[in-house]
Ligand binder design. Sequence first.
Ligand SMILES: Cc1cc2nc3c(=O)[nH]c(=O)nc-3n(C[C@H](O)[C@H](O)[C@H](O)COP(=O)(O)OP(=O)(O)OC[C@H]3O[C@@H](n4cnc5c(N)ncnc54)[C@H](O)[C@@H]3O)c2cc1C
Length: 321
Amino acid sequence: MSVIVYTENWDGRFKKSSFELVSYAAKLAEMLGTTLTAISIGNVDETELTKLGNYGVAKILKVKDGRLKGVDDQVYTDIIARVAKSENAKVILISHNISGKALASRLAVRLKAAAGSGLMELPYSIDPFIVRKKVFSGNAFASVELKTDVKILTLMPNSFELLETENRVTIQSFSVDFNDPETVVKDVYKQTGKILLTDAEIVVSGGRGMRSPDNWGVIEELAEVLEAAIACSRPVSDEGWRPHEEHTGQTGKIIAPNLYIAAGISGAIQHMAGVSSSKCIVAINNDADAPVFEYADYGIIGNAMKVLPAITLALKESGTR
Ligand SMILES: Cc1cc2nc3c(=O)[nH]c(=O)nc-3n(C[C@H](O)[C@H](O)[C@H](O)COP(=O)(O)OP(=O)(O)OC[C@H]3O[C@@H](n4cnc5c(N)ncnc54)[C@H](O)[C@@H]3O)c2cc1C
């Protein structure tokens, strides 16, 4: 019996969220009295793989094959399912990101496993196996019992601390006979030069209260000083003021940065569904009764066009940024 964690890589590198997931998985393996095995698919060198051992992975199974040219959900599901069976895995952990969500649902069908998705904390209990997750756009928690023999859990990025341990990892090549990809990736267009919203530790976000796309300079300047990603509310992207990939909320990206600065955003429930797990929310709004202040850790009542440049200037003058 083992706990396995699928460690996604980006061009052969792991992100902080992979190490958070491993820390979570190692803790869960400890609770279950077993060890943690990681699956790595694709071209990751030994130095990078070894880093997983710093967070509690006992064994890494690396799957390398010339046919694995890009993430293909069907093929990756096939590989993870086969590894899980060979390892007699009882719990499979995956990041709650775009590809992780696709893999988890496919694996759940393939392995007839119950899935607990978007978790932010360790299971509430192990026997019975109960997890807690946010529901109704983050307005309530549900306790969900997973009754199947094999369980799949996805963990929200930025929701579990990194826990370093003594590194005793062993790395093994794992040869797996998987089905050929049915789809062919012809081109990949990568976003460059920007901090990805889903990875960002700090996010500066603007809403309709910014009044016009011409006013986004003050958001961009603060984001630059803070090394932050930029986000927006849905009407802003619907209006074409900002690209759709920046829209957060129920119908957009779900993020959990350490700091979320919401400027000119009313705090509608559908927006907050995507950002309410942020560790600290700072709201800037000229209406003292705006709902966003109910979610905010710090609130500034004022004109965002004046408040944002004042914060940028103060940060620059303080020399901390
Ligand atoms: C099914 C469904 C799904 C949805 N999904 C999403 C989603 O994923 N994400 C999302 O964001 N929305 C979503 N919405 C829309 C959501 O209900 C709100 O309409 C939207 O979030 C409002 O955006 P906003 O706060 O930018 O704009 P507004 O509601 O227009 O609020 C603007 C705010 O700016 C303030 N303001 C004005 N001028 C200034 C100034 N100079 N300085 C400071 N503050 C100022 C105002 O006081 C106001 O609070 C969804 C709606 C539905 C029905």
